[in-house]
Design a binder for this molecule. Structure first.
Ligand SMILES: [Zn+2]
Ligand SMILES: [Zn+2]
Length: 167
């Protein structure tokens, strides 16, 4: 089974994880942009029992637009947020992909909050489009079509997917 380690900048807060993630996503929401300081948040979800927690963490909670609480765990020394849990995905832990410091970590399968995406960012070109839960298939198709015809995806082989779920 694959074993991976994730850690904060100073190494004080660290996780050991067994097995593969069940979901790998990127989030373009403004909250994630503020939290990370980057223009995108990337995260992988693991079942809680796959994760061994080490070091001291502090927690900060915010309410997602869905109304679900999200609790972010960060290192009190260096401030890196390593993992978070949410009422929207009980039993799972989302881990910041950058914390693995592994350029070979699998690519995201889904992008959310596409509406606040920086124009130069997209999912890997081979990612299949995935309709979001808040849109019907035909709405998604229509919105896709209008963007494709507007040249929005002119430089890409496929559209990035979006969904209404929290990251
Ligand atoms: Zn640290
Ligand atoms: Zn986000």
């Amino acid at each position: 089974m694959t074993s991976r380690s994730a850690a904060c900048s100073c190494g004080q807060l660290h996780l050991s994880i067994e097995g593969e993630p069940s979901r790998i996503s990127m989030c373009h929401c403004l909250e994630c942009q503020r939290r990370t300081g980057a223009v995108i948040s990337n995260q992988a979800r693991f079942r809680r029992e796959q994760v061994t927690f080490g070091g001291k963490a502090m927690a900060w909670m915010r309410t997602a637009e869905s109304g679900n609480a999200l609790t972010f765990h960060f290192c009190p020394t260096c401030g890196s947020t390593i993992y978070w849990e949410g009422e929207g995905f009980p039993g799972y832990v989302a881990v910041a992909i950058g914390s693995f410091a592994d350029p070979n970590f699998p690519a995201p399968m889904i992008g959310v909050w596409e509406e606040s995406r920086h124009a130069w960012l997209s999912l890997p070109p081979d990612t299949p489009p995935k309709p979001c839960r808040s849109m019907t298939g035909s709405q998604f198709g229509a919105s896709l079509l209008s963007r494709v015809s507007a040249g929005h995806y002119a430089d890409r082989r496929g559209p990035s997917a979006r969904s209404s779920s929290a990251s």
